[in-house]
Design a protein around this ligand. Structure first.
Ligand SMILES: [Fe+2]
Ligand SMILES: [Fe+2]
Length: 279
C-alpha cells in the first residue's frame, strides 16, 4: 500500500472553497432569509458578482433590460436558480483540468458533476421528497475526491487494474492500493472546507447508500448512477451502472420513472451548459 498520508496531506493544496459561497450555503438553510441579505453577501466577492451579472445579461436569457445588481439578479433568477449559479461558479475552478487517472478528458468530470446535481433534484421531485437546500451542492461536489486522487491513481494504475482483474471494484482497489478511495478523500476535503456535516457524510458515502438511508446519500448515489448510465463522465473506474435494487425499492422507483428522469435531465443539462459555457 502506498502512503495514504501523502495523499491526504495533498488536499491542503486545493484552494479553499470560496467564503462567499459557504456563507450563502449557510444562509439558505434558514428559511426566513431575505434577498437583500443574500445579495449583500455576494457583493463581497467582486469576481463572483461580475460573473453573475455577465450570465444574467448573456444572450441565453435574452433580457431586454440589463440586470445591473446582485439583488436584481436574485429577483430575476429566483432563489433556487440563483443558488445553483453561485454554487456552479464557486465549484467550476476545481474541475478545470482533466483527470488522467480516471481517463476523464478535460471538462468530463465537470459535466458529470453538473449532471449529477441536476439529476439529484429531478429525483427528489420525482420521489416527492422535501426539498433540501444542500442537495444540489452536495451532488455537484460528490466526486471532488477524484480531482485530488486522479494523479495518484494514474501512478498506481497497474496495481489497481490487477486488483480489479482479481475481482475487486475500482473503488475497493483505490482503497487497497492507495490506502484511501476518492469518496473518503472527498469527505475529508468537504470537512476541511467546513461543509455541513450532512454534506461531508454524503460525499464520503456516495457509493454506499445503505450506510445512510435517512440522509441525502441515496439520492446522490442514484443520480450518479443515472449519469453514468447515460454515459456522462464514464471513465476508467467502471463502477456499477445499475442501481442497487434496495435503493430503487425504498424510493418506489421503476425503470419507467428513471427513463422519465433521464429524458428531463438531458434537457436540463443542455440548458445548464448553454448557460455556464458563456462564462
Ligand atoms: Fe464517485
Ligand atoms: Fe460520480
Amino acid at each position: 500500500m502506498r502512503d495514504a498520508r501523502k495523499i491526504i496531506s495533498s488536499i491542503e493544496q486545493l484552494p479553499p472553497f470560496p467564503q462567499v459561497a459557504l456563507k450563502v450555503m449557510e444562509m439558505v438553510q434558514d428559511e426566513d432569509i431575505s434577498f437583500r441579505e443574500l445579495a449583500k453577501v455576494i457583493q463581497l466577492d467582486q469576481s463572483m458578482t461580475a460573473n453573475l451579472l455577465k450570465i444574467c445579461n448573456s444572450p441565453f436569457f435574452g433580457l431586454r433590460r440589463k440586470v445591473s445588481s446582485v439583488q436584481e439578479a436574485l429577483v430575476y433568477l429566483g432563489q433556487k436558480y440563483f443558488m445553483e449559479v453561485i454554487m456552479e461558479m464557486a465549484s467550476a475552478g476545481y474541475f478545470r483540468e482533466g483527470q488522467r487517472g480516471y481517463d476523464l478528458a478535460k471538462g468530463e468530470l465537470w459535466r458529470h458533476s453538473v449532471a449529477c446535481a441536476l439529476a439529484s433534484q429531478l429525483l427528489e421531485k420525482e420521489i416527492g421528497l422535501q426539498e433540501s437546500s444542500l442537495l444540489f451542492t452536495t451532488a455537484l461536489l460528490h466526486d471532488i475526491g477524484k480531482v485530488v486522487l486522479s494523479e495518484f491513481v494514474a501512478e498506481a494504475l497497474e496495481d489497481i487494474r490487477r486488483r480489479v482483474d482479481e475481482g475487486a471494484s475500482f473503488l475497493e482497489a483505490e482503497e487497497e492500493v492507495l490506502g484511501v478511495d476518492h469518496a473518503a478523500l472527498g469527505g475529508m476535503i468537504a470537512e476541511r472546507w467546513s461543509f455541513p456535516e450532512e454534506m461531508v457524510r454524503t460525499i464520503r458515502l456516495h457509493h454506499r447508500p445503505e450506510e445512510d438511508w435517512e440522509g441525502l446519500t441515496p439520492l446522490v448515489y442514484l443520480a450518479d448512477i443515472l449519469c453514468l448510465q447515460m454515459g456522462i463522465g464514464t471513465g476508467v473506474d467502471g463502477l456499477q451502472y445499475r442501481a442497487k435494487d434496495e435503493v430503487l425499492r425504498r424510493f418506489g422507483l421503476g425503470d419507467r420513472d428513471l427513463m422519465g428522469v433521464m429524458v428531463e435531465l438531458e434537457a436540463r443539462l443542455e440548458q445548464a451548459e448553454a448557460m455556464i459555457n458563456l462564462n
